[in-house]
Design a protein around this ligand. Sequence first.
Ligand code: MG
Ligand code: ZN
Length: 219
Amino acid sequence: MKVKLKEQVLKDLNEAADFNRKIFKDHQMLVINLMSSPGAGKTTLLEETVKVLRDEYRIAVIEGDLATDRDAERLRSLGVKTVQINTVGGCHLDARMIAKTLPEFDFKNIDILFIENIGNLVCPSGYDLGQDYKVVVLSVPEGNDKIPKYPVMFRRTDLTVINKIDLLPYLPFNIEEAKQDLASINPKAEFKQLSALTHEGMDSWIEWIKDAYQKCTKL
Ligand code: MG
Ligand code: ZN
């Protein structure tokens, strides 16, 4: 009985993901599900990305958070339409939570939607939100061993962004090893390295987003 119930819940989540996907496709939006452990710099990366892209693209954000709306306020202060999801302790976002926020957006006037997931390197990767791309941010202080230690996350993502590379001179993070581990876990995954703080390497990430947007609008 327990198994059956779980299947039903998952089925509903798959339906919710398909529901979201259809809305996103119908409006030719690019939707990026941004994941990482707490403190890897998702919100800072989003802020800096918004500052670069906001003159060219209409951007909206869904902010997942355990308890506060601090990150949402940071994005709102940049003039970005931001809807907050408080999971009240829940450790990931799911497609139903996303579906519930959709009535708050005017999708005719949005080009790119970023979904900042809950800080957690484990289960967010298992939940399809209806996004076009899953991106995982791994920061230099966490260590490159997190790629082989959390292979499921890196196997299920389209792009790995190494953040805080301004700290590379001070910390034992091995970029080459990170690339090799990622390539063996997920040969199709792309790899970027940047510092959201200093903007070193940001251009390549911005170009990736622009290419991804073009692919979505061509469909
Ligand atoms: Mg954040
Ligand atoms: Zn979870």
